[in-house]
Design a protein around this ligand. Structure first.
Ligand code: FE
Length: 341
């Protein structure tokens, strides 16, 4: 029979460890994210200040994080996975990593086309055409299809066809115009290239400013980032670069997203949903978007970003994010056939 001393010792351990466990469950959240913007920091400190819940953040590239989640399996400490691009979020979903989330608040605040049953978009970004102001008129680049027009032979710069930003644009074109027309577009674009695809979106903007090409594709936040850059030379180079919202007369400019979902193996499921709901509230929406020069998904959130405002209002494509995911594989096939490496 155990002695009284041993019993009281065991009781002591039990009472000491129970609150610790409860506290760990309530007060901590682990986030795997490929968003690497300093301004996001404000989001987490604000959440902690409001709720007392600490956010442990692990940043890496999307592919590394996905590999890590798969490798860690049931012992994965992450509650949430956050990344950019609909096709990438769709890929995580296809791997079965996300748990279904049903939240009235998320459904009310995030437009239906910007969420699925498992992941939610929290900001949007547009894929725009940038052009050399000296050599090209805005009227010549009204549509993505202009990039495939022989008038721009040897004048187009673009990043890899395997990059999710281009794949999501390809997916949108497939959804609106079908496979054959998207194939024609990709073939025409490749035939117009000024150089083999390389570098980032920012590199394409710089190439236009340097006169290496006359037109290019880039996400809107890269344009805004250069416009608001602390470096004088960045703001100078943007004086040579014009920006158009493509397809204003058609379906509207292609819009991609940044988003997040709760992992199936999340140790703190309820807190993870609470964090997503927090991200959909007005103030964090404004940080989340403005920090990286994006737009909030929630209508009531304020946009206070002079660089974005300077680009003017535009009509955004209203395509459902699930369509971007659904067509990504076909878009890749089309780009491969076109030789868009
Ligand atoms: Fe980016």
């Amino acid at each position: 029979m155990p002695s009284f001393r041993l019993l009281s010792l065991l009781a002591g351990i039990a009472s000491a460890s129970a609150p610790t466990l409860a506290r760990a469950e309530e007060k901590e959240l682990t986030l795997y994210t490929s968003r690497h913007y300093e301004t996001d920091e404000k989001l987490y400190t604000h959440f902690t200040a409001k709720t007392g819940i600490r956010v442990k953040r692990i940043e890496d590239k999307e592919d590394e994080l996905l590999e890590r989640i798969k490798r860690e399996g049931a012992s994965c400490p992450a509650d949430l996975f956050m990344t950019v691009d609909a096709a990438r979020l769709g890929q995580a979903d296809a791997l079965g990593l996300f748990a279904p989330v049903s939240s009235k608040l998320l459904e009310e605040r995030i437009p239906a086309r910007l969420r699925t049953g498992t992941w939610f978009a929290f900001s949007t970004r547009a894929r725009v055409i940038v052009f050399d102001r000296l050599r090209v008129k805005a009227a010549d680049v009204r549509s993505y299809f202009d990039l495939a027009d022989p008038k721009f032979k040897g004048k187009v710069c673009v990043r890899s066809g395997g990059h999710p930003y281009n794949l999501s644009l390809g997916s949108a074109l497939v959804a609106h115009y079908g496979e054959a027309k998207t194939q024609q577009w990709a073939n025409g674009l490749v035939a117009n290239l000024a150089r083999a695809p390389k570098g980032s979106d920012t590199d394409q903007i710089r190439a236009v400013a340097a006169g290496e090409c006359q037109v290019a594709l880039a996400n809107s936040y890269y344009v805004a980032r250069l416009l608001r850059s602390a470096k004088n030379e960045d703001r100078e180079l943007m004086k040579h670069v014009g920006v158009v919202w493509p397809d204003q007369r058609g379906n509207g400019t292609h819009v991609n997203v940044s988003g997040a979902g709760v992992l199936k193996t999340a140790p703190h499921r309820d807190t993870a949903v609470q964090f997503l709901e927090y991200l959909a509230s007005d103030e964090p929406q404004a940080y989340f978007a403005a920090g990286n020069n994006e737009w909030p998904v929630v209508k009531t959130a304020k946009v206070d970003n002079p660089a974005l405002t300077s680009l003017g209002a535009f009509k955004a494509d209203k395509l459902d994010v699930t369509m971007l995911v659904r067509n990504a594989g076909l878009a890749q096939k089309i780009f491969d056939r076109a030789g868009w490496r």
